[in-house]
Design a protein around this ligand. Structure first.
Ligand SMILES: Cc1cc2nc3c(=O)[nH]c(=O)nc-3n(C[C@H](O)[C@H](O)[C@H](O)COP(=O)(O)OP(=O)(O)OC[C@H]3O[C@@H](n4cnc5c(N)ncnc54)[C@H](O)[C@@H]3O)c2cc1C
Length: 356
């Protein structure tokens, strides 16, 4: 019997597994992907929102990788680990010997999202927001909730888009202080300066809900706005059947679920119990080589496993929408045009790797 390795979600790590599908075939394994659509690369998301990049610069088609992979274009709704089966949203079900989850994260469920704010994930939402703003010639009163790197970057991208369209900048950022929690103070100062220079109205309060076309903040003040994007924090996204918290499926250093050595997870949906990290694409990317080797070993019934030790420092580059980027590495912060050029180069190289 040919053993079946089933991948759920075309996230960063699984895109690399698909690119290396020949290795699974050479090991005598059948590789199956369950995913509903295109891969969106979040590193290029705000460049795409601002209009600096085309949506095609931020997407790739997992199927176009054209390796020996069976593709099921559907969403996995439930996994039964005991019965070794995955149920899909179109009613089908799929058997597996080895399972890998790379299903990413979703915005934490809040009153703001439930009342109509656009969640920043999936990233495809930002392509729809850009189209809506372009259709209105930029003449919309825009807002973003969330003062982390994503919220600040999205707010600045919106100002860039409005300027591109020749419209006045009307962007409000709802973000209690401090901005960029967890980043060095120097980086937060530079981000605050960039917001001011770009003309963003900063309200140092939380946006709570939308009522009668107005955003209500936590001091009960109403702000008349046309569109608000919520960037208020990510939680792991998993199909049903797992009893996991918002941080994700608990895995060990070999990326296998602590309850089952033949079920793996990587990226935002995984909680690396040996080395917890923030929900950033870079960890899914770097986990890929270890994940692929361990999936092949598990598929072949071999006990050997490689360990993934995520780096303790990583480079973050925020596109400030004005031709510069804010770079952060550990306690260092730096803003320049060269930092943006580096970001564009890294992002383009990554996406090209997965385009035919
Ligand atoms: C605007 C924005 C900008 C960001 N910028 C950066 C950045 O510059 N650098 C960085 O490191 N991180 C960045 N992040 C964080 C980044 O988005 C995530 O860390 C990253 O996308 C996680 O990658 P992943 O591989 O875990 O999953 P994802 O890339 O999110 O992929 C998950 C895939 O699984 C599929 N899926 C989900 N559920 C199911 C299911 N039930 N069945 C089948 N398929 C399913 C989805 O359709 C999707 O294709 C940014 C986030 C946002 C929102």
């Amino acid at each position: 019997m040919v053993r079946r390795v089933v991948l759920i979600g075309a996230g960063h790590a699984h895109m690399e597994a698909l690119r290396q599908a020949n290795r699974f075939e050479a090991a005598g394994l059948t590789l199956i992907l369950i995913d509903p659509g295109a891969f969106w690369y979040s590193g290029a998301a705000t460049g795409m929102l601002s209009g600096a990049l085309d949506p095609s610069d931020a997407t790739a088609d997992p199927v176009a990788l054209a390796g020996p992979v069976e593709r099921l274009e559907a969403r996995a709704t439930r996994v039964d680990p005991g019965a070794r089966r995955v149920t899909l949203d179109d009613g089908r079900s799929v058997a597996f010997d080895v399972l890998s989850l790379n299903t990413g994260s979703a915005l934490a469920d809040t009153g703001l999202v439930r009342s109509g704010a656009v969640p920043v994930k999936p990233v495809s939402n930002l392509a729809e927001v850009r189209a809506r703003i372009e259709a209105a010639g930029g003449e919309l009163r825009l807002a973003v909730a969330g003062g982390g790197a994503t919220g600040v970057e999205v707010a600045l991208s919106l100002t860039s888009l409005q300027r591109r369209l020749g419209a006045d900048v009307t962007v409000t950022l709802f973000a209690p202080l401090p901005l960029l929690p967890g980043w060095p103070d120097r980086a937060a100062d530079r981000a605050a300066r960039a917001l001011k220079q770009a003309g963003v109205r900063h309200v140092a309060r939380r946006a709570e809900t939308i009522r009668d076309g107005a955003v209500i903040d936590d001091a009960r003040e109403a702000h008349s706005l046309d569109l608000i994007i919520a960037a208020t924090g990510l939680t792991a996204q998993l199909p049903g059947g797992f009893d996991a918290g918002p941080e994700g499926l608990p895995v060990g250093a070999d990326l296998a679920w602590l309850n089952d050595p033949d079920i793996f997870a990587a990226g935002d949906c995984a909680h690396m119990t040996h080395a917890p990290r923030p929900k950033l694409g870079v960890f899914g990317v770097r986990a890929a080589p270890v994940l692929i080797e361990n999936l092949i070993a598990a598929g072949r019934g071999e006990g050997r496993r490689r360990r993934y030790e995520p780096q303790s420092r990583w480079l973050s580059l925020m596109d400030l929408g004005d031709g510069t980027a804010l770079g952060r590495y550990g306690g260092l912060a730096h803003r320049s045009g060269a930092a943006l050029a580096l970001k564009r180069w890294i992002d383009a190289r990554f996406v090209r790797r997965y385009q035919p």
